[in-house]
Design a protein around this ligand. Structure first.
Ligand code: FMN
Length: 537
């Protein structure tokens, strides 16, 4: 045999060994699913900066998440160094609405010795406190995981996110596809319902309240969310392509396997605010839990109507998740994905303004979603009045999603958004749950550091004065840009941690804020001065 044959046999044997290693290893989903070929992803990623520099795109060009943003998420999820060197490559003057966070000359001090930023960062507001819900709680983390259904996501992805939520001490919203065994890995839950009421649906397709009460009693459900609409496709109900409707999913949702599962675009039970608040109060009364809505923002009349109905105090939602137009979806029509509803910043401002005009914005916990999943945008969200933020696709990225944008086809290569048994086996929830948790912890650490840079201790203390928006070479204060009057007759947001209405405090005030409140005027930091004035108010 010639020497060339030996070389070929050697290469073949090497590739077979690599393939066996790839299929057996558990760290990388892509290698498990695409042995040998999957290495191209890592090779391209390693040389990507150089290649893109000369051939393809800049660090900032990929969408919806740029290469730099994804690198930040992947590195944080693996506890690797997520810092960047040399300088920014952002083109400030050419990026519309470029966010500038104003650093204070006197930043808030770092954590005291023996303390760290890697612990939970509790919400300043008590969820359900203002309406005295028996199940009111202070969420232990201001960063939580967005609703993404089992069906849109694979079982292993849902498992990873829930176990990750348990590790990070945050909550996971179930998504509208119902509660599944994969959601029960130790993480606390917000039970979400869309128009299909999957999980607690009666034979007419309406809410089966006794069934919901049973679910709440048997599972770690801490709140209920009614999904009015989703930022990516308001006016369109949930859409699960037939390729993803496996017999298991069909059984959970009570639909036919293999056929598209399309939920109605409107909820048959309510057609105006008055009718919406009835099920809200019925669910809250039967379960004792805080009840909220998730919505995209368009028509301002809905928000002023909701605020007007809540002004009387007898009925109302406990939280509102504002989903910006930048938000993701498992499947939706392009014209909706691109055009129908406001982007997050405008959406948050419009909805909250309706409540601030009546001075009742503090009665609601505001949750930002759809853009705030990255640290700088989340600081913007806090300044605009959000009390917490939800992360969706960022959490997917942390468990291996590579932004292939094939969630709607059932052929997600990373096993995150598919029901293909071969592809989803690439995910090992023991490893990926730790990555999801690391991502949440990294987010909390980074937003705490950003808050401190502005001179305050907790992101809920970041105010509109801390943010400006650069348009060309014109700087506009955020308040002016979004038509907000800070400090006017209706202060934009209430500051300082809310106490629990009654009973022993299972969730004490956020330590960051408590620290600055007890520090009084003695310390020169602007955060402390501000906090002590709130405490005195
Ligand atoms: C694959 C996928 C499935 C989703 N499923 C749901 C869902 O069941 N219910 C829902 O309210 N939102 C759903 N969403 C939207 C997210 O919860 C979230 O609102 C949106 O992606 C914005 O957050 P992000 O920018 O952090 O991803 C889904 C998004 C994706 C990408």
């Amino acid at each position: 045999m010639s020497a060339w044959w030996w070389v070929l046999i050697g290469i073949g044997a090497f590739l077979v060994l690599v393939a066996i290693h790839d299929v057996v290893q558990r760290r990388h989903a892509i290698l498990r699913v695409f042995p040998n070929i999957g290495h191209l992803r890592y090779i391209l990623e390693a040389f990507g900066p150089e290649l893109r520099h000369y051939i393809v795109t800049s660090n900032d060009e990929e969408r919806p998440f740029s290469h730099s943003q994804r690198r930040w998420i992947y590195a944080g999820g693996e506890h690797q160094d997520n810092s960047f060197g040399f300088a920014t490559d952002a083109e400030f003057e050419r990026s519309p609405g470029y966010l500038i966070i104003s650093p204070s000359a006197f930043p808030a001090p770092p954590p005291e010795e023996g303390d760290s930023d890697d612990r939970p960062l509790p919400s300043a507001k008590v969820l359900g406190g203002p309406r005295d819900r028996p199940g009111a709680l202070r969420p232990a983390s201001v960063v939580n995981i967005s609703g993404m259904s089992f069906g849109a996501l694979s079982a292993r992805a849902v498992e990873s996110l829930n176990a990750g939520a348990a590790l990070a001490g945050c909550m996971q919203t179930t998504g509208e596809g119902g509660l599944t065994p994969y959601h029960l890995q130790g993480g606390e839950l917000v039970m979400q319902f869309g128009t299909g009421w999957y999980g607690a649906r009666d034979s007419r397709g309406c809410l089966d309240l006794p069934r919901l009460v049973e679910l709440v009693q048997a599972n770690p459900i801490r709140a209920v969310e009614i999904k009015m609409s989703q930022g990516a496709k308001p006016g369109v109900g949930g859409m699960l392509p037939g390729s993803k409707v496996t017999p298991e999913i069909a059984a959970i949702r009570g639909v036919e396997p293999g056929r598209p599962c399309v939920s109605p675009s409107v909820n048959p039970g309510f057609g105006n605010v008055d009718e919406l608040l009835d099920p809200v109060e019925r669910i809250a009364e039967a379960t004792g839990l805080p009840v909220g809505i998730k919505s995209a923002v368009g028509d301002p009349r809905f928000w002023s109507d909701l605020a007007r109905h809540m002004d009387g105090g007898s009925r109302g939602v406990d939280f509102i998740t504002i989903d910006g137009g930048e938000g993701g979806t498992g499947s939706g029509p392009l014209s909706f994905i691109d055009h129908v509803r406001l982007p997050y910043r405008q959406a948050q401002a419009r909805a909250l303004r309706a409540f601030a005009e009546r001075g009742i914005q503090h009665r609601v916990t505001w949750i930002g979603s759809g853009r705030p999943g990255l640290p700088e945008e989340s600081i913007m969200a806090f300044a605009l009045g959000a009390d917490m933020i939800n992360v969706g696709r960022e959490a997917m990225l942390s468990i291996g999603c590579m932004q292939a944008q094939r969630c709607h086809t059932g052929h997600c290569p990373s096993g995150v958004a598919t029901q293909s048994a071969w592809r989803r086996r690439g995910i090992d929830p023991t490893l990926t749950s730790a990555r999801a948790a690391a991502h949440i912890i990294t987010m909390r650490r980074e937003i705490t550091r950003l808050a401190r840079a502005t001179g305050v201790d907790h992101p809920s203390q970041v105010s509109l004065d801390h943010i400006e928006v650069l348009e060309g070479d014109i700087l506009t204060p955020v308040a002016q840009r979004f038509g907000i009057t800070p400090g006017g007759p209706c202060p934009w947001r209430s500051r300082g941690p809310q106490p629990l209405a009654s009973g022993p405090s299972a969730h004490p005030a956020p330590r960051h804020m408590a620290r600055s409140m007890s520090a009084g005027d003695a310390t020169p930091s602007s955060a402390r001065r501000r906090a002590s004035s709130i405490a005195a108010a």
